[in-house]
Design a protein around this ligand. Structure first.
Ligand code: NAG
Ligand code: NAG
Ligand code: NAG
Ligand code: NAG
Ligand code: NAG
Ligand code: NAG
Length: 533
């Protein structure tokens, strides 16, 4: 995550004004901010939801600024189609025959900060928190991003081999942070998920002796050139990490080719990093990483290599320069994108990458709110942040994205710990002192997607007349053959949307002001139009 100098710490100074129970969520209201669901040692809201809609019904789940959290409504299709208002402003026409990309999954990151916070709670609360994310009565994440060594969201900088000149990595050893935080979180997530857990590993900073500046942080690149001893050791370092986890029974689904490689090219970069141009990464993949992964049993059929892992505005620069080289291209499976630029619409760079390299999947590999500017840090209960999450997820999915990975699974009420004080917001905040954790609006925003778009769900093409910057929609076919429609209304007014192409007659749904809604339309309601050839 990029570092911002103007760090504002937003304190939670006992601003509780009321606590009420809504459905299963014990709400806590924070003035000027919003509403969270509180979990303590005896209570936490679960989302044990039946995701199969009966024939002739439409099931909807709505969350909104007034505090609704995944409120379920079952409507008969008949009531949604009679008295249909044909002059309704928003019309979405779904083309069930237009099948696009498949979902890889949704998830969060097993950072040291997340582990430190989660395991400072009583044991049954730590477990419940991971179940909230990965369990079948949670939001059913299926991806976990695992840092190789430290990130800025660690309590100190470290790597797995600081013995200068140890090119064979004889002294490589996992850190206490792996045993205390990352591995226990992974094991719990694995236990709770009904889906296959996909783990993605990313390197922030290698051992300092591989870098030109001899530090984890700051501007610095790998010594020498790709194909040389330092770059070769960087590739071995990745293999060692994968091997050590494999010995513990933890296989990985993918790795990225360095987290945010443009950061370490900048002077005064505060985060642990390694700088690399697209050409350096291209040549490192082609000479060192690609061949070594293959010869070590981590070939493309077993482990995906995801390039870029950087911001949207640099996407074309990195992706093109790496993928246009056939020798590097052949080792690459996917392209990862970070969201740290607000207002980068339209998301056309994703379309361009997809059109040029249709065999590479696109996936959002890191995102968080409160990462910079005047709004850095926690804004507890803030609904706007649920909206920006949903906004970015829908845009990604509508531009060939196959998934979305949130940053820290949990932070403390100050948005840390972060050893360079680059604090941020998080979907769950842990207040260990008071033995409570807060599920923020962002948590439910993510759930509107992750819970319903199971891996393998297929994006459906659609057209709409929604020419409004405050409204976004997307549509999928889930793995049970049901159509899933997700709608975001950022307007202060309620709206009515007509949805055509799924059922024999168009149907209408109402969206509350400032709301997110997921609809399930059962397979038996699907109209029987013949698919396009
Ligand atoms: C929520 O946070 C955003 C910045 O992320 C800010 O613009 C907005 O004013 C906040 N909303 C409230 C109600 O505090
Ligand atoms: C947990 O929260 C609920 C709802 O606020 C409350 O009734 C209960 O007493 C709390 N439990 C503990 C141990 O504080
Ligand atoms: C968690 O453990 C505490 C005791 O450590 C117990 O009082 C509480 O009921 C447990 N909560 C749940 C949900 O099992
Ligand atoms: C139909 O929708 C339009 C546009 O939203 C609205 O102006 C009109 O009042 C609605 N008519 C009825 C009968 O609800
Ligand atoms: C995972 O589940 C197994 C079997 O139920 C259990 O023995 C083990 O303790 C669990 N591990 C964790 C980390 O929850
Ligand atoms: C570790 O982090 C500290 C604090 O940011 C920094 O001053 C120091 O240079 C770093 N050490 C190394 C070896 O990178």
């Amino acid at each position: 995550m990029p570092f911002n100098m103007f760090t504002t710490l937003v304190l939670l100074t006992g601003l509780l004004i009321s606590a009420v129970r809504l459905e299963d969520c014990f709400q806590q209201h924070f003035p000027d901010n919003g509403i969270v669901c509180v979990c303590n040692v005896t209570h936490c809201d679960a989302l044990a939801i039946d995701k199969i809609a009966n024939p002739g019904t439409v099931v909807s789940f709505e969350s909104d600024i007034t505090g609704k959290r995944m409120r379920k409504t079952i409507s008969s299709l008949e009531t949604l189609t009679i008295n249909i208002n044909h002059s309704s402003t928003f019309i979405m026409h779904i083309d069930k025959a237009d099948r696009r990309q498949k979902i890889n999954g949704f998830g969060g990151s097993f950072t040291d900060a997340a582990g430190f916070n989660i395991f400072s709670l009583p044991e049954n609360m730590s477990r419940r928190l991971l179940q909230d994310y990965y369990g079948s009565d949670g939001i059913e994440y299926s991806i976990g991003r695992v840092p190789i060594g430290c990130t800025d969201f660690s309590r100190k900088n470290y790597s797995y081999d600081e013995v200068d000149g140890d090119f064979d990595l004889k002294h490589f050893a996992l850190a206490p942070e792996d045993h205390l935080y990352k591995i226990p979180m992974i094991r719990m997530a694995t236990n709770f998920t009904n889906r296959q857990l996909k783990l993605l590993a990313s390197l922030w900073a290698p051992p300092i002796w591989l870098k030109t500046n001899n530090r984890h942080n700051g501007m610095g690149i790998i010594r020498g050139d790709p194909g040389g001893p330092y770059y070769r050791t960087l590739a071995k370092y990745h293999i060692k990490f994968l091997d050590e986890y494999k010995k513990l029974g933890i296989p990985f689904w993918a790795i990225t080719s360095i987290n945010e490689p443009a950061g370490g090219l900048k002077p005064h970069w505060h985060n642990p990093s390694v700088g690399a141009s697209p050409e350096m990464i291209r040549d490192w993949i082609k000479h060192d990483l690609g061949p070594l992964l293959e010869s070590s049993g981590y070939g493309k059929d077993k482990l995906h290599l995801i390039i870029h892992d950087e911001i949207m505005s640099l996407l074309i620069h990195y992706a093109k320069n790496i993928l246009k080289d056939p020798e590097a291209n052949k080792f690459v499976s996917g392209v990862g994108i970070h969201w740290y630029e607000y207002g980068f619409e339209p998301y056309t760079p994703m379309n361009l990458v997809h059109e040029s390299y249709p065999d590479k999947f696109l996936i959002s590999t890191e995102a968080c709110e409160g990462w910079g500017g005047n709004f850095q840090g926690v804004r507890i209960g803030n609904w706007t942040r649920a909206e920006t999450y949903a906004w970015d997820i829908i845009n990604n999915l509508n531009h060939w994205g196959t998934g979305w990975i949130d940053w820290n699974l949990a932070l403390d009420p100050l948005g840390g710990p972060n050893y360079v004080l680059n604090v941020a917001d998080s979907a769950i905040l842990v207040d260990a002192k008071n033995k409570v954790y807060y599920k923020q609006p962002m948590f439910y925003a993510l759930g509107h997607f992750s819970k319903f778009l199971s891996p393998g769900s297929i994006r459906l093409g659609f057209s709409d007349n929604i020419d409004h910057p405050m409204i976004k929609v997307t549509a999928f076919l889930d793995t049970n053959g049901q159509v899933i429609v997700i709608l975001l209304n950022r307007k202060e007014e309620a709206i009515v949307a007509s949805i055509a192409g799924v059922t024999n007659e168009p149907f209408q749904v109402a969206l509350s002001p400032r709301s997110i809604k997921t609809l399930i339309v059962p397979s038996s309601s699907l109209s029987s139009s013949t698919p396009k050839p």
